[in-house]
Design a protein around this ligand. Structure first.
Ligand SMILES: Cc1ncc(COP(=O)(O)O)c(C=O)c1O
Length: 464
């Protein structure tokens, strides 16, 4: 029988978790089952998903930001189908293809004039890896400075500049560098004064905590970089292409980074794509002679589907005024959530820029609610926000995520196409869930047991 992907999906939809349990990551399956996220999604469009029962969900996470212009955008979909229909030669490698040249041109047209050279790869972490290698090549220095709480990816180089230790455990020695508390300018100055730092890497708006740096901090870090021959890398993987209401987050701070790492939203939510954009001088320090023309590259880096998705996505961002939409809908979303603060002691604030929003919870002062908070926190620091995220899905069919590594935070990265009605759907649902969140005793005990089981089964698997 000829291969038929439609038939395959129709026949086997619903086996998702069993397949992953057996062949992929059973520990992740345990997590999804424990928190009730083991749904089978069958279709996506705009800000919505539908499960195999036909129920509609509001996707407030947008695939960690990849679905910024909405799922299955028809313009991007048509571009991808056209590229396939045209039978274009793809990844010939021993040529310079048209689409990658066109996307590079379109990107440079959307960055400040000094960022005029583009390197294509396939994921956020690869874009960060390229940034780090390029900075080393351009400066002849080894070390990096990064900020606590930052997120830069999970390959070895990116992991070396991730703020916090929890993701590094078990993976051995990483690249040399130093972690700085956001806002600690003196520490940055001391480190850069040694003149052995290749680059400072920063998310101007940190995607996980969404805590903005103190006023003027980033501009002063940039000045210190200039003073000491260090490059400034802005990680725009999560924030690039409109997430914060401007094309790139560094624009809010008037920065002139030497390198930016980008990915996620450029994909239109369809195919992996990433672009590291930097000064030509930095680029040429890497590809400095004909012998070194391939010294950093990736087989799939400039593939036609990724390039077409990027070109079509940029056109949608322009034509549908996506930057303005991200700014406006994000502001309405934050206002709506913050309007609940007076009703729910546990809600500290919603903060953010554009459609990157963090909802931070806090320990209530009223006795009953405080006791409930303390009981939950005693079990696990991230549990209270999890107890908001779970009923948001279960009772209201809204997808969100707990991200606070140090703080109790729920992160929202909705597609910019989210409507005013969707915002109302979310705010009403949050109101309901927060009102119930202190009545935790029974579900808490159940969750505690399940969480323990997940930990133990993970350990058993490790030993097996
Ligand atoms: C700011 C930032 N940098 C880098 C990455 C890594 O991207 P990827 O998951 O595509 O490797 C992420 C992923 O969430 C991110 O948010």
């Amino acid at each position: 029988m000829p291969f038929d992907i439609r038939r395959l999906v129709a026949d086997r939809l619903g086996e998702n978790y069993e397949l992953h349990e057996q062949y992929v990551n059973p520990t992740l399956v345990d997590v999804f089952r424990t928190i009730g996220f083991d749904r089978v999604y069958a279709r996506g469009e705009g800000a919505y998903l539908w499960d195999d029962q036909g129920d509609q969900y509001l996707d407030m996470l947008g695939g960690f930001g990849v679905a910024a212009i909405g799922r299955n955008n028809p313009v991007v979909g048509a571009a991808l189908r056209d590229v396939l229909d045209m039978d274009l030669p793809n990844m010939v490698q021993m040529d310079c293809a048209l689409l990658s040249g066109l996307l590079a041109e379109a990107l440079v047209q959307r960055t400040p004039p000094h960022l005029d050279a583009v390197y294509f790869c396939n994921s956020g972490t690869e874009s960060v890896e390229a940034s780090l290698k390029f900075a080393r090549a351009a400066t002849g220095r080894d070390r990096f400075v990064h900020f606590r709480g930052g997120w830069h990816g999970l390959t070895m180089g990116s992991l070396s500049v991730m703020g916090g230790d929890e993701f590094r455990e078990g993976f051995g020695h990483l690249l040399p560098g130093d972690e700085v508390e956001p806002g600690d300018l003196e520490h940055v100055e001391r480190l850069l004064a040694r003149e052995d730092v290749a680059a400072v890497i920063v998310e101007c708006v940190p995607g996980h905590s969404v805590k903005l740096p103190p006023d003027g901090f980033l501009a002063r870090v940039q000045q210190l970089c200039r003073d000491h021959g260090t490059l400034l890398i802005c990680d725009e993987v999560a924030t690039g292409y409109g997430r914060t209401g401007t094309m790139f987050a560094f624009e809010h701070f008037g920065l002139e980074p030497d390198i930016i790492a980008t990915s996620k939203a450029l994909s239109g939510g369809y195919v992996p794509v990433a672009a590291t954009i930097c000064r030509r001088q930095v680029y040429q320090a890497v590809f400095s002679s004909m012998e070194r023309a391939w010294v950093h590259s990736s087989s799939f880096g400039r593939n036609n589907l990724a390039m077409a998705a990027g070109l079509a996505t940029l056109s949608v961002i322009d034509d549908a005024h996506m930057l303005r939409r991200s700014a406006e809908q994000g502001a309405k979303l934050r206002d709506g959530i913050n309007s609940l603060a007076g009703h729910h002691e546990v809600l500290k604030e919603a903060r953010g820029v554009g459609c990157l929003v963090a909802i931070e919870l806090q320990r209530p002062t009223g006795t009953t609610r405080r006791l409930a908070w303390d009981a939950v926190h005693a079990m696990h620091q991230g549990l209270y926000p999890q107890m908001v995220v779970m009923p948001l899905l279960d009772r209201h069919r809204i997808i969100t995520q707990v991200t606070g590594r140090a703080d109790p935070i729920i992160r929202l990265m909705p597609p910019f196409v989210i409507s005013d009605d969707d915002i109302r759907w979310f705010v009403d649902a949050l109101d309901d869930v927060l009102a119930r969140s202190h009545r935790v005793a029974a579900p808490l005990a159940g969750m505690g047991r399940s969480a323990l089981k997940v930990t133990l089964s993970g350990r058993r698997r490790q030993r097996a």
